[in-house]
Design a protein around this ligand. Structure first.
Ligand code: 9MG
Length: 272
């Protein structure tokens, strides 16, 4: 993968049962591929492919099911495009197999805390995104509590960076993500965006995923079904506060909005 420029738009490609229409696996792969093609036309920089839902309350998926969902999609996409691909997984075997068929990055919402994940990620030599999560997807939104939100997340990053370095993953390959909506209330999420620049002290690129999350709906009183406008506004604010990667559903809208911000900052069109 090219060095991370700022900003990069990461398009979300979920290959989970809730994204299957008619339940057919072939159909699911074909639909996922078509979705990826559309994101490429819309100007995406990297596509994040995941086969395990991390929504609050989501069930754990077996390794075989995760592999069956995502490997055909990655293979098909790789066969027709050189677009960078990120694998959204916490599963060591999925990291290994995805790396063998040409993914460019690992995105782990559990920050390589599953047994064997550190070693598996290190062996791939790929960049890794370490996301903060309090608790696990089954319980994380029941009663998220912090003494000091920023201090606790920074402490978590420090510990995970040390663990990565000890396992052979240098800091230069690490991306950090405060994990919006992962064991956080709306107030926590808003505070994190407002103070995102404080995470720049780690000297690692910052990834932010706010797209269509419940905080957007809470602020807007769920005025819109798809939370599109709120998600784009959140992405722009995150970019202004230092985020390098923006993980989004609505690629075209985010790319266009970012172009405007960059044109204003550069007072011209620059090299798109
Ligand atoms: C997989 N996934 C869902 N939400 C996410 C977020 O906010 N960040 C990252 N890195 N991954 C996410």
């Amino acid at each position: 993968m090219q060095p991370i420029k700022r900003p990069m738009v990461m398009g979300i490609l979920n290959v989970t049962p809730d994204s299957f229409v008619d339940g057919g696996r072939y159909l699911a792969s074909a639909q996922a591929l078509e979705h990826a093609r559309q994101m490429i036309r819309d100007g995406v920089d990297i596509i994040d492919i995941g086969g395990e839902s991390t929504r609050p309350g989501a069930a754990v998926v077996s390794v075989d099911d995760e592999l069956r969902r995502i490997i055909p999609v990655i293979e098909a996409l790789r066969a027709e495009s050189s677009i960078p691909i990120s694998i959204d997984t916490s599963t060591p075997e999925v990291m290994r197999q995805a790396a063998m068929i040409g993914v460019d990055m690992i995105n782990d919402v559990r920050a390589l805390r599953r047994p064997g994940a550190l070693a598996a990620a290190a062996a791939t030599g790929l960049p890794v995104c370490l996301m903060h999560m309090q608790g696990d997807p089954q319980t994380m939104q029941l009663a998220p509590t912090y003494g000091n939100l920023l201090v606790e997340i920074c402490g978590f990053f420090e510990a995970r960076i040390l663990a990565c370095e000890a396992a052979g993953i240098p800091r230069a390959r690490i991306i950090l993500d405060p994990g919006f909506g992962f064991g956080k209330t709306m107030e926590h999420n808003l505070q994190l965006i407002n103070r995102l620049d404080e995470f720049m002290m780690f000297d690692c690129p910052i990834l932010v995923g706010l797209s269509r999350k419940s905080t957007i709906g809470q602020v807007l009183g769920d005025l819109t079904v798809d939370r599109l406008q709120g998600s784009v506004a959140g992405a722009l604010m995150a970019y202004m506060k230092g985020a390098s990667l923006l993980r989004v559903h609505d690629v075209a809208e985010t790319v266009q909005a970012l172009r405007i911000v960059k044109a204003i900052q550069g007072e011209g069109l620059g090299d798109q």
